[in-house]
Design a binder for this molecule. Structure first.
Ligand code: ZN
Length: 374
């Protein structure tokens, strides 16, 4: 059996986004502190991250774009015209230690995750999954597209049938753009419909790939209010169709937590029980894979959900209660909660809220089936 490895460090605390940004919150560092407090992480299971090299970044990004990021990080200022040309320096994609140093570390970690998987481990890189960055442009809080780079790295290693599954609340526009014209990577993304959610322009069912890639891209745009039952039904059906037409050699899974109901960027009603079951469903149907983090803007919801994932990966039973030390870690987060959610400090699993399966979700499934087998 593969042993779990968590690639991460508390150093991310020093590589944060600016104060007014949704990603200013502690994420990977908080996860590690929480796991330690809960006695769920042995030091030998943690792998120290290393930054991606310049050459690795060029597996997907343009030289000019990467050089601009490096220069901006070195000087602390944006070169003239960089904002217009590369979409950096905006409120969405601001200049901070996260812009290059944090992103390069998260990207190196995704390459480490690939290597660890090929060595027989089961890796989780919670800092990864920055799926919005384009080849020569920042997008959706993402500067470097670590999943795209890690997939390019897998192709360099000889893999020709790679399945990428993305559970983040948002469409993986950057990853889609990277592999839209190839059959060597199948991109499957479940997300909030772009009719009402970022990135608004892409993520529709009609985007099926082009050229040799036609039929190897599948978007599942989901309605507001998605329930646990709906998520699991859709995932099981759709992944079943995909595995019926595509036999992957290797799996990469993006595990953004912004689909959770507590996340203020989410319009879904998904609990972390549904999220955990979704993870189990993918593992059970598609086999083990390379696991990456992703979006997630509610620090407590994120840490609880990724703790569940880590328990699964590392073969631990899920503790029912959060212990005293774990609770202190969570209480130490600067975070104002608008609703009464004291369960978050007490239990790891959310209260059950399975919900119903609505007609529009059943209709969507019929349209997807027709699309896949067309
Ligand atoms: Zn997202």
């Amino acid at each position: 059996m593969r042993r779990g490895r968590l690639i991460g460090s508390t150093v991310y605390r020093k590589l944060g986004y600016p104060k007014n940004h949704p990603l200013r919150i502690p994420r990977v560092s908080l996860l590690i502190e929480f796991l330690r407090a809960m006695d769920l992480l042995e030091e030998g299971e943690r792998v120290e991250p290393r930054p991606a090299t310049f050459e690795e970044l060029l597996l997907f990004h343009t030289r000019e774009y990467v050089e601009t990021l490096i220069e901006a990080d070195r000087s602390g200022r944006l070169p003239k015209g960089a904002r217009e040309k590369f979409n950096i320096g905006s409120y969405e994609n601001p200049l901070s230690p996260a812009t290059f140093r944090g992103s390069a570390l998260a990207t190196g970690s995704s390459i480490q995750a690939v290597d660890l998987f090929l060595e027989g481990f089961l890796p989780f890189n919670p800092a990864g999954g920055m799926h919005h960055a384009f080849r020569d442009r920042a997008n959706g809080f993402c500067f470097l597209n670590d999943p795209a780079i890690a997939i390019k790295y897998l192709r360099k290693k000889g893999f020709r049938r790679i399945l990428y599954v993305d559970l983040d609340a948002h469409h993986c526009d950057g990853v889609q753009s990277a592999f839209y014209d190839t059959d060597e990577v199948y991109v499957l993304s479940l997300h909030q419909s772009p009719e009402y959610a970022f990135p608004f322009r892409t993520g529709f069912l009609e985007e099926r790939g082009e050229g040799k890639g036609k039929g190897y891209n599948l978007n599942v745009p989901l309605p507001k209010g998605l329930t646990d039952r709906e998520l699991l039904l859709v995932l099981e059906k759709v992944l079943g169709y995909v595995l019926d037409v595509y036999r992957p050699e290797i799996l990469m899974l993006q595990l953004g937590t912004d689909l959770l109901r507590e996340d203020y960027l989410s319009k879904f009603e998904v609990t972390n029980r549904g999220f955990l079951e979704a993870f189990r469903t993918v593992r059970c149907m598609a086999g083990e894979g390379i696991y990456l983090g992703g979006g997630g803007y509610h620090p407590l919801a994120l840490v609880r959900a990724w703790t569940l994932i880590w328990c699964e990966i590392s073969g631990r039973d899920i503790p029912e209660r959060i212990n005293e030390r774990g609770r202190k870690v969570l209480e130490g987060v600067e975070w104002e909660e608008e609703e009464e959610r004291s369960y978050m400090y007490e239990f790891l699993l959310d209260p059950p809220l399975p919900g119903e399966v609505r007609l529009e979700v059943k209709d969507l499934l019929l349209r997807i089936k027709a699309e896949v087998y067309s």
